[in-house]
Ligand binder design. Structure first.
Ligand code: TXA
Ligand code: MG
Length: 313
């Protein structure tokens, strides 16, 4: 079955109709491909959880195409709008308090009093949201806990038969999911490292962003599962001397079967990460993958987060 569609006006109109009628459309964003549905249609949202085999306690991100829409949707303040104007469209997701009692979005929010929202930096995603006329909830378009998709073919390989349409936008430029920050409290707390560097947010605001991981007194994202993004093969990280029977993913001067970025560029490494984990899964003759050390600054924080969870047994 081929349900991959190119970005023509006719296909976009068709995709918007699928969203409006409660179907599922996979679409490209700058981070990874999303599996999209109309946020207000509880049946459609339920079918996202079913397609991914994702537990219902793990809420979804709403994608919007217009900053002004935020006011109708969530509790906002000056800080929220300042961050939105600086970082949207882009790989930064906000956790905000919900305002209206709108039970139809309960499922998308897993019943929490907060919601997550972002504006993706991708023409096809924005076009789809505008034509659909509703926020589109979308988790990454892969089976629960497996490697996120960065091409339309990755989506088709994992979930093709469960999706009405897959819109093709080529390879995702950022390659790791959005950074998630909780804006409901006084301090900003990062719940997931991602495509927006922590340092960039701190420089803009002139204040420290706290990391939720490892601090039991701070809130954590329901999706901070220890095992996630996992390839089928076993994975070792921070490896400088791979075993003979390991498929080696290098970085910088550590060369291997593949190299995330021979020049040590973290943006390039992030963009290659998930595609290389997939290649390693097919290429690893003995079922073992090893990955070279990657620095933890900038996008390196997100890369190390994904690798740690992928390696978790
Ligand atoms: O880049 C991205 O963010 C991609 C693209 C498609 O936009 N989406 C994505 O969605 O990564 P997903 O579902 O794979 O990850 C969303 C994360 C989950 O870990 C979930 O637990 C967390 O966001 N989350 C959602 N709502 C939340 C909330 N109200 N409070 C805390 N965490 C929340
Ligand atoms: Mg995901």
């Amino acid at each position: 079955m081929n349900n991959i569609y190119t970005h023509t006006s006719e296909n976009m109109q068709k995709a918007a109709a699928v969203i409006q009628n409660g179907g599922l459309v996979a679409f490209p964003t700058e981070t990874v491909y999303g599996l999209g549905a109309n946020v207000y249609n509880a049946d459609a949202v339920a079918s996202i959880f079913a397609a991914k085999q994702r537990p219902h306690f793990d809420p979804l991100i709403s994608h919007i195409a217009d900053i002004d829409f935020l006011k109708e949707y969530a509790a906002t303040d000056e800080r929220v709008f300042a961050l939105a104007k600086r970082f949207w469209p882009g790989p930064l997701t906000f956790v905000l308090n919900r305002i209206e009692e709108n039970p139809s979005i309960d499922l998308a929010c897993s019943g929490l009093r907060t919601l997550t929202v972002r504006m993706p930096n991708h023409q096809i995603a924005l076009d789809l949201i505008r034509r659909s006329g509703v926020p589109i909830v979308a988790p990454s378009a892969n089976k629960y806990q497996s490697v996120s998709p960065t091409t339309a073919q990755h989506v088709a390989d994992g979930l093709g038969d469960k999706i009405d349409m897959i819109l093709d936008g080529g390879a995702c430029k950022v390659g790791v999911e959005s950074t998630i920050i909780d804006l409901t409290g006084k301090n900003i707390v990062m719940l997931r490292a991602g495509g927006t560097a922590k340092e960039d947010i701190e420089d803009f605001l002139g204040e420290k962003v706290l990391l939720s991981e490892g601090n039991p007194t701070l809130p954590t994202a329901p999706g901070q599962m220890l095992r996630h993004y996992a390839p089928r093969n076993t994975l070792r990280i921070n490896v400088t001397l791979p075993e003979k029977d390991e498929y080696y993913i290098g970085f910088g001067s550590y060369n291997g079967d593949l190299n995330l970025s021979p020049t040590g560029n973290l943006k390039e490494a992030a963009a290659n990460l998930f595609a290389y984990l997939r290649l390693a899964d097919t290429g690893a003759e003995y079922g073992k993958i090893a990955v070279a050390p990657v620095p933890t600054d900038g996008l390196g924080l997100a890369i190390n987060d994904r690798l740690k969870r992928a390696a978790y047994k």
